[in-house]
Design a protein around this ligand. Structure first.
Ligand SMILES: Nc1ncnc2c1ncn2[C@@H]1O[C@H](COP(=O)(O)OP(=O)(O)O)[C@@H](O)[C@H]1O
Ligand SMILES: [Mg+2]
Length: 363
């Protein structure tokens, strides 16, 4: 059990943690979310005493680790930390990277460190890379080695600070899969992450950080679906709204679609509706509106809003003369669009510069 009492962390230029009071139970898997700069990394660094709090107390299993003269090595043995930037030793190969900490800090024999290291490498799917050097590995593989190295110390608590945010998107899954598996083993874990779907599915508790501390603490269901406090609600809601301006006829639709994929992922929209969202935007914006609208002052404004209850509501606004897309000459595009979109509604909003408004829903 970890208990924080009135924890403050002040830096010369600000105080990200003002008065943090939380208790983390054994076996808790906690996702730590919140806007950047709200002290998520600072909180983790206080808990493992990489940066001691400037006020307050932290207790781990009943012992005050913030007490004067407390042996910090005891904290190192109990807690492991996984960083965004792997921090592997470049001059050591993979298995050596994993063997060194338990040999140095726990006095484990070379043979035991090797045996455990190989077992852990197999667990993270990298047994065949034992003799490789970090520079020969992909980012995802490096991070899996870093996780194995942390596990080699057999910590009861593991802190992850944005473990996948330095990775190429194609490698996020393999690292998340390893963390997900760990989450079921009874270890206490805290994970700072921007990947909301991941945050939601692995944890039993969420800390939303804001205004100098843990602003809201609840179950994933509460924080993601029914946040109680204003800032949490705004943060969660903002994740679920996407706003795009398509501002030229030769607009880069491919990059729009990749932002769309990211939005769909963060908002936890399933694969089928996600496909339909992209399909309708392709037919409506790319096939029907782009050829129809004037070259000059070309602008399409696109807003997507997702909610669990009503699906994704898409609103498309554009200027030019009044034009109802159902009058398009591209009847194929229109018929695909109408076969996929629900509650299609076209209207003119006189006072608006982009007075053509079409909205629809994807379930
Ligand atoms: N070592 C440091 N020295 C000075 N200021 C710091 C230090 N670490 C963090 N801060 C400041 O504390 C605030 C919180 O930072 P951080 O914990 O990294 O936020 P988050 O991880 O939520 O993005 C930021 O304003 C940051 O500039
Ligand atoms: Mg951080």
């Amino acid at each position: 059990m970890i208990e924080l009492r009135h924890v403050e962390k002040a830096f010369p230029n600000g105080t990200p943690l003002k008065d943090v009071n939380v208790t983390i139970n054994e076996g808790d898997v906690i996702s730590v979310i919140g806007p950047s700069g709200t002290g998520k990394s600072t909180l983790l660094r206080c808990i493992n005493m990489l940066g001691a709090p400037t006020k307050g107390q932290i207790f781990v299993d009943g012992e005050e680790i913030t007490a004067k003269g407390y042996d910090i090595r005891k904290v190192r043995r109990k807690m492991g930390m996984v960083f965004q930037s792997f921090n592997l030793f470049g001059h050591l190969n993979v298995i050596e990277n994993i063997m060194v900490p338990p040999m140095d800090l726990l006095g484990v024999s070379k043979q035991d460190a090797y045996d455990t290291g190989m077992k852990l490498l197999a667990q993270v799917g990298l047994a065949s890379k034992a003799m490789s050097y970090p520079e020969e590995l992909s980012g995802g593989q490096k991070q899996r080695v870093a996780i194995a190295r942390t596990l080699a110390m057999n910590p009861s608590i593991i802190l992850f600070d944005e473990p996948t945010s330095a990775l190429d998107p194609t490698m996020v899954d393999e690292v998340q899969a390893v963390i997900r598996e760990l989450a079921g083993t009874g270890k206490t874990m805290m994970i700072v992450t921007h990947e909301m779907r991941f945050a939601k599915e692995i944890c039993n508790r969420v800390f939303y950080m804001d205004e100098g501390g843990v602003y809201e603490d609840g179950t994933p269901e509460q924080i993601f679906e029914h946040p109680k406090k204003d800032n949490t609600r705004r943060f969660i809601q903002r994740l679920k709204v996407m706003h795009e301006a398509i501002n030229a006829k030769d607009f880069d639709f491919l990059s729009l679609y990749s932002r769309l994929n990211e939005y769909v992922y963060k908002s936890q929209i399933d694969a089928k509706p996600a496909y339909r969202i992209r399909q309708t935007i392709e037919e409506l914006c790319q096939q029907i509106l782009v050829p129809e609208l004037p070259d000059k002052d070309f602008l399409i404004d696109l807003v997507l809003e997702y909610s669990v209850d009503s699906g994704t509501e898409i609103t498309v606004r554009y200027g030019g003369k009044p034009f109802d897309p159902k009058d398009t000459e591209n009847t194929i595009a229109w018929s695909i669009f109408t076969s996929v979109a629900d509650k299609i509604r076209y209207r003119i909003r006189e006072a608006d510069e982009l007075h053509n408004v079409i909205s629809y829903v994807i379930q």
